[in-house]
Design a protein. Structure first.
Lengths: 114, 118
């Protein structure tokens, strides 16, 4: 049981390049999320998917797109990377147990945009 | 709008002592959830403990307890008998209502860096 996995672990992009961050979970969770973490700050929600087939914007969606490929996979795409998108990106999935929904996070992807 | 505030950028504690990490929150909702996560230097986010706004008792999970003071809108994390492995960033987060539906969003504080001294 790997939990939440993310690829790649590290990536360097040039301004204007595109890339897709991959996320997969093997816990059969319905909901999945993408966050970004900037230095000295907590995580901020980019997009989320409450269930397979649905996606919604979070706090900071500009410059990103997402795809909920199936129940296991939720990808984040940067169409034209900008230096302001340099950050650590976390994927999470959640389950409801004992009356509370808890989010479990992947190891993160460190992205540098030059 | 909901907001989480962690006023301690960094904290030091001696090994085996207890430490309290502060968290205050702002919300107009009656129903909400409060979480604490640990982020070691390796970078992953580890769920520690949860407190629901209607829970009458403070949550406990092993050496972690949550000092929940609803009237003061505070949800401080208490770590008893600190260990060297407790050195990490700690984040307080709040779940917006509805609490039990799928896809609930978390709002995070800025974090507190805890260093445990031998």
């Amino acid at each position: 049981n790997a939990g939440v996995t993310q690829t790649p672990k590290f990536q360097v992009l040039k301004t204007g390049q595109s890339m897709t961050l991959q996320c997969a979970q093997d816990m059969n969770h319905n909901s999945m999320y993408w966050y970004r973490q900037d230095p000295g700050m907590g995580l901020r929600l980019i997009y989320y998917s409450a269930s397979e087939g649905t996606t919604d914007k979070g706090e900071v969606p500009n410059g990103y797109n997402v795809s909920r490929l199936n129940k296991r996979e939720f990808s984040l795409r940067l169409e034209s990377a900008a230096p302001s998108q340099t950050s650590v990106y976390f994927c999470a999935s959640s389950e409801a147990s004992g009356g509370v929904e808890t989010q479990y996070f992947g190891p993160g992807t460190r992205l540098l945009v030059l | 709008a909901q907001k989480i505030t962690q006023t301690q950028p960094g904290m030091f504690v001696q090994e085996k002592e207890a430490v309290t990490l502060d968290c205050t929150y702002d919300t107009s909702d009656q129903s909400y959830g409060l979480f604490w996560y640990k982020q070691p230097s390796s970078g992953e986010m580890i769920f520690l403990i949860y407190q629901g706004s209607y829970d009458e008792q403070n949550a406990t999970e092993g050496r972690y307890s949550l000092n929940f003071q609803k009237a003061r809108k505070s949800a401080n994390l208490v770590i008893s008998a600190s260990q060297l492995g407790d050195s990490a960033m700690y984040f307080c987060a709040m779940r917006e209502p509805p609490l039990y539906n799928q896809g609930g969003k978390l709002i995070f504080g800025q974090g507190t860096e805890l260093s445990v001294k031998p």
